[in-house]
Design a protein around this ligand. Structure first.
Ligand SMILES: [Zn+2]
Length: 229
């Protein structure tokens, strides 16, 4: 298990007696400057951003940077510059964890992006799905979003199965010219069950994801099925 993420370290705290609290009108606030940093096993790897908050000592109201008035925001850059980021927030970079930090950081970002894609689906999104019940090695197939509604998606599927996450489709493969309605709740279920391996957005023409194939009902198979009944 790798433990990583963002943490914040308070760099500077100072009373702010000349500012009136928006909430209680008392002049009893203090300002805090925090540096957010990426950590791996709680070892700081690299600092990310400095954030300023104002907290009222009297009523406890906390004002974040983005909620502050524009003229106060302009003063903040000076305040931030006056609180240099401690060198030890880079300490993770000096040790063997450096490369691991980077990998963890990238996978953190990739994971976050994938969650964003799942949370706000867009027409054209490609879902790489894994069918764990498929007995052969060809467990991977694709689902493409053709339309997005409030509670559901219209999707279609590709015509081939793959034995791994395909970088591009086989030349004869493409997405069927049909749309099937699927509830967003079902997508969540698929994600929870680990069936969604990847969400692909912003692709070009080389991958073949824009290729459409005709959906033909196999008459022979259909008749055979009836005969067998
Ligand atoms: Zn207050």
């Amino acid at each position: 298990m790798i433990i990583y993420g963002w943490r914040a370290k308070i760099l500077k705290e100072a009373p702010l007696t000349n500012i009136e609290c928006e909430n209680c009108k008392e002049c009893a606030s203090h300002i805090g400057i925090a540096s957010h940093y990426f950590h791996l096993f709680w070892i700081p790897c690299f600092p990310y951003a400095k954030r300023v908050v104002i907290a009222c000592n009297y009523c406890g109201k906390v004002t974040k940077e983005k909620q502050m008035s524009p003229d106060f925001k302009s003063k903040i850059s000076e305040i931030k510059a006056a609180a240099p980021t401690p060198k030890y927030l880079f300490s993770g970079l000096g040790i063997l964890a450096a490369s691991a930090c980077f990998i963890a950081f990238s996978s953190y970002n990739t994971g976050k992006q994938q969650k964003n894609f799942l949370g706000s689906p867009m027409t054209g999104d490609i879902y790489v799905l894994k069918d764990n019940e498929e007995a052969s090695a060809y467990k991977y197939y694709l689902m493409k979003v053709n339309g997005v509604e409030e509670d559901s998606l219209f999707v279609t599927y590709n015509s081939y199965s793959y034995n791994g996450i395909p970088v591009q489709l086989e030349p004869e493969d493409g997405f069927y010219d049909v749309s099937v309605k699927i509830a967003k709740a079902e997508i969540v279920g698929m994600d929870v069950r680990g069936e969604i391996k990847k969400v692909i957005r912003d692709y070009g023409d080389t991958e073949g994801y824009n290729r459409i194939v005709e959906y033909v009902v196999d008459e022979e198979m259909y008749e055979e099925a009836i005969v067998n009944e």
